[in-house]
Design a protein around this ligand. Structure first.
Ligand SMILES: Nc1nc2c(ncn2[C@@H]2O[C@H](COP(=O)(O)OP(=O)(O)OP(=O)(O)O)[C@@H](O)[C@H]2O)c(=O)[nH]1
Length: 403
């Protein structure tokens, strides 16, 4: 996988004009948007619901005052009530679904559908009132349309086609339903609507660009604060956090927690003879191998600093881990990173110390134990794995038990 910091940096250079990241970052952004905006969306829907109910009450009051008992009125009322009810049901359904987390990853679709129902029923009631000669409520459509651009957790690309479709539907409905005498007022409102939509679209675009920039910057900072830029492995800071979680979990589940420290042998000599750049490349290769040994969710591969790496292994058997670490040493030798000045071998090798966390241990005490084992491995001739028991010291690539 590409180093996340490189991905984020590449996105930052793009300046977000097209409001689209690469596939991986886009997925992250959309889930971030859904997660962080849920509260805003709920707030907006509540406001929409209150407004909707307020307007419905106002409708009833106006209707009662202006009622003349004509057949037309009875017919309009038959349409008006379902229209108000549809808006109410759509908003309530969305809210209940959000509180109970029923929508999952379809939340934005549910929002779009609700906003559309909200707008259509708004237009319809406006039109019905106009037909009943009770004042033109169409101007209210502008407010309703604005709801599409409220912070509903939708992206600009999601809101734009919906709004454009609603606007076209509104214009077509007006042109089809209204008489030519009513057109002049309708066009005035329609032009206002178009202007309003353009302004909101522009601000929505700017808002999303800003959100995207903040998102990538934050991800980049978070990532860099917890990782080593050269190898992409976790650093000591993330290790400390992860270690505390693992230790608490291990105590709770009565599981083992093992720390491995891997230190490259004679790396100073390697640097001195092959140069710092070659040293960097070697460190990256070692990190790549080590990462494969931390494939389970609770395991973590770390660069502790310099030519020293770590591996936290949760619920693992110490002996099985020792064998895996020997296998790792074999793999390192298999890389054939030539080190002809090393007194140990003709290629780059490493020494490994393993420590097991006791119930009362701290990060420092665990490191001290692992360091002591590493020291043993170095003293025993390097290219070795040493653990808490004497019989855990073994030379790589072939197992050799120390007496
Ligand atoms: N290329 C490169 N070298 C580094 C980096 N960080 C530390 N080093 C080098 O790693 C070397 C570590 O040397 P020492 O601590 O003396 O250990 P060693 O030579 O490996 O000896 P032993 O551990 O006893 O086998 C130093 O030369 C550091 O300059 C890095 O990021 N890149």
């Amino acid at each position: 996988m590409d180093n996340p910091s490189r991905l984020y940096r590449r996105e930052l250079q793009g300046r977000f004009l097209g409001l689209r990241f690469g596939a991986a970052v886009e997925d992250e952004f959309v889930s971030f948007l859904r997660e962080t905006q849920t509260r805003n969306v709920r707030f907006c829907i509540w406001i929409g619901l209150i407004l909707w109910m307020g307007v419905a009450c106002w409708d009833v009051a106006r209707y009662v005052q202006n009622i003349q008992g004509t057949a037309n009125e009875a017919q309009f009322l038959k349409l008006l009530l379902p229209a108000r009810l549809a808006g109410l049901l759509a908003l309530t359904g969305l809210l209940i679904g959000m509180h109970r987390r029923l929508w999952g990853r379809w939340q934005h679709v549910a929002c779009l559908v609700t906003v559309s129902v909200y707008c259509i029923t708004g237009f319809l009631t406006g039109y019905l009132y106009m037909e009943m000669g009770m004042g033109n409520a169409m101007a209210g459509s502008i407010l309703i349309l604005m709801a599409v651009f409220l912070p509903c957790g939708l992206t600009f690309r999601e809101t734009m086609p919906t709004t454009a479709a609603l606007l076209v539907a509104y214009l077509l409905a007006g042109w089809w339903i209204l008489s030519p005498a009513e057109w002049s007022e309708f066009w005035a409102i329609a032009s206002l609507l178009v202007l309003c939509m353009m302004m909101m679209a522009f601000s929505s675009y700017l808002r999303e660009r800003g959100t995207r920039e903040q998102f990538v910057l934050r991800r980049l900072l978070d990532w860099e604060a917890g990782h080593d830029p050269l190898t992409g492995l976790a650093n000591r800071r993330s290790f400390q956090k992860h270690f505390e979680i693992c230790l608490a979990q291990a105590r709770r589940d009565d599981k083992t927690l093992l720390l491995v420290i891997l230190d490259l042998d004679h790396f100073k000599l390697y640097n001195d003879h092959y140069g710092h750049k070659a040293g960097d490349r070697a460190l990256q290769q070692v990190a790549l191998v080590l990462e494969h040994y931390a494939a389970r969710p609770m395991d973590l591969a770390i660069r502790l600093g310099g030519e020293e790496f770590g591996l936290l292994s949760y619920a693992d058997d110490a002996k099985a881990l020792k064998l895996r670490m020997q296998h790792l040493l074999q793999q390192l030798q298999g890389l054939q990173i030539s080190h002809e000045f090393s007194p140990t071998a003709t290629c780059l090798t490493a020494s490994i110390g393993i420590a097991q966390a006791e119930a009362t241990c701290t990060t420092d005490s665990l490191f001290q134990q692992a360091d002591a084992q590493l020291y043993r491995a170095k003293n025993a001739g390097r290219n070795q794995v040493c653990g808490p028991d004497m019989d855990m010291c073994a030379e790589g690539p072939e197992l050799q038990v120390m007496a």
